[in-house]
Design a binder for this molecule. Sequence first.
Ligand SMILES: *Cc1c(COP(=O)(O)O)cnc(C)c1O
Length: 371
Amino acid sequence: MKISVPFLDLKAQYGELRDELDQAYRRVMDSGWYILSDEVRAFEQEFAEYLGVKHCVGVGNGLEALQLIFMAYGIGAGDEVIVPANTYIASWLSVSYVGATPIPVEPNPLTHNVDPSRISPAITKRTKAIMPVHLYGQPTEMVEIWKLAEQHGLRIVEDSAQAHGVKYMGRLAGNLGSAAAFSFYPTKNLGAFGDAGAVTTNDDELADKIRVLRNYGSRKKYFNEVRGHNSRLDPLQAAFLRVKLTHLDEWNARRAKLASYYLERLKGLPGLGLPEIAPQAEHGWHIFAITHANRDGLKSYLDERGVDTLIHYPIPPHLSDAYADLGYQTGDFPLTEKLAKSVLSLPIGPHVRQEQADHVIECVKGFCLGG
Ligand SMILES: *Cc1c(COP(=O)(O)O)cnc(C)c1O
């Protein structure tokens, strides 16, 4: 029998929670409130409680969550924000959209997250913030970043879009800096059934500003204090997220179990790099990224055998056409460029079945052992 393994099975997520989600849908439809509303407030409160932060403000998506944080801090033209060179382009775009300049820093090639020891030389008089991105669901090593932020008076803006429910030194991502942005894009560990995002923070003033900024700059209808945005969490998505939040830890545990299984069975294969976890960090296994010098060969080999894979990410932001104007060249960030050429993400999620996991492992082994 031919086994096929999708990269992530979103329909299975709906299937498992169908009754609860359908009930949430009916509750919102029957409420007659389709913008903001009690449903959004309830999710904000529940997610803030889950993270142990004072405030959660629901917004339209993860990119806008980041953007609104920078707007609220008054970061803009002439300012610099330290970003990982190795990240999804959204992290950079949020900085660019407010008119500031992203300053890339190379990763630790083992964790793929920003290498904290390389941040200090990138700090200038213009630096306003450091943006750790908890890539693949693994929290960034924060100790050095906390020190630098303190020393230089910088904000820490976490891009937590891939890190729902994971801890660093016992504290949840989203509660490790001055403010954090979450995405609830459907494929994320806590995913909605459409676009959604949130800002989390312990800063009362920031939370208040973001509540105003996400709603046209008004606290009271038609009284506009500032030139705001329209970026509000949809009540239907908030209702779905309330359901999914109650399953987050259990679904993350299923991902972790699969990740351990992969790690154990794929250990020691020639040419294969496996994910590494930093001290004091928990991995949320949003993505299970391996590396291989012949990544494209491995990808086709798996594809021919029914195993879906993705590349996170094939083109680093500094070499993307979108950032051609910054004038970066190939070779400027060699560690990032090497990862872009060698990473491959295996299927992982709460609904991968045993025979599918075994098939993935057999196929990776087959390729590495020259079968
Ligand atoms: C998904 C993601 C975003 C953007 O989230 P959207 O909700 O799609 O806008 C930002 N940063 C990272 C690292 C992401 O993975």
